[in-house]
Design a protein around this ligand. Sequence first.
Ligand code: ADP
Ligand code: MG
Length: 365
Amino acid sequence: MDDIRRWDVPGRVNLIGEHLDYNGGPVLPIAIDRSLTIKVRAREDGVVNLWSDLPDSAKVSFATTVQPGDLGGWAVYAAGIVWSLMEAGHRFGGADLVVESRLPSGAGLSSSAALTCGIAAALNDLHGFGLGLTDLAQLAQRSENDFAGAPVGIMDQLAVLCGEADHAVLLDTAASPPTTQGVPVTWSVDGLTLLVINTRAHHSLADGEYAARRDECEQAAAELGLEWLAQATLDATVRLTDETLKARTRHVLTETARVRGAVNAMNRRAWTQLGTILTASHASLRDDFQVSCPELDVAVEAALEAGALGARMTGGGFGGSAIALVPVDQVARVRERVEARYAAHQWREPETFVVRAADGAHVVD
Ligand code: ADP
Ligand code: MG
């Protein structure tokens, strides 16, 4: 039917630049060829109906005037973006939304941003709000922050909206608004691929610890007299007295340098160097930023043992997914090694799959 629009919206993995998007640092995510589809049709009765193939998600209906706290559960992200659009004065008469997903939810691959950004982009298109990608990203971020109560930065939203096939997206999160620049991803030419390892672990401390890291970074920046902690220089770790703030700052400082190194390595097709940088990022997140967990550490170790050039956790941490840069002919070996290590720990079998850099949210028909 021609009054239905169908959108394809990718998830993302962050190559490097973790926990930098709220610190004004550079971030280098890719949109991935795992996506969700959102079908949209306008309504005129002030009602939003939402269907999803997410397990245990019966149809939900809510008013376009929905407010934070009005509803909880799986529909909270979808309701959040409706609220955020309406709050910003982009009014519309309702919608039917049908979501079909090939993107695991809660796996650190930004299904939440795919959903909020996809709905925002679809409604913007349908009603001619005239919002650009950065505007949409900011509205989607607001919906996660102020409606769903997840204090996330803006990486996920910009990645799923601004992604480009065969490119990573280099974000400058200190710019206002943040800017994006494509960085070619060419490792496949040299026989490499990017493997995602979904640990299927989700530790309950994730949300609280994420907020705590944000607070610690803000505190460190304030003590150093900086607008953004990513502006810190080496003397910062000497000037700070608190050991925790010192360690958090060390991560932000070194991760910022690693992003620059990673872009440089990608431009030179220096894959061994890129791999080393990815693995160093993991160590920093594990030891200085303390957002890893045993499942992520084992995934990274096993991937490296089995021939990955580099591996790291991706996303906020405490579960979710890891990525590994792997020679194509070693993919099976890496997968087997990770599975064997998980079996030995009696953890759930992880899900591993290869991803390519894909286009951001786009209308299909
Ligand atoms: P991630 O973004 O890493 O996948 P989050 O916890 O941030 O994990 O987001 C997961 C939430 O996003 C789900 O609880 C749900 O509210 C929403 N969501 C994800 N996928 C879908 C879907 N297919 N249909 C409806 N809501 C979804
Ligand atoms: Mg999310």
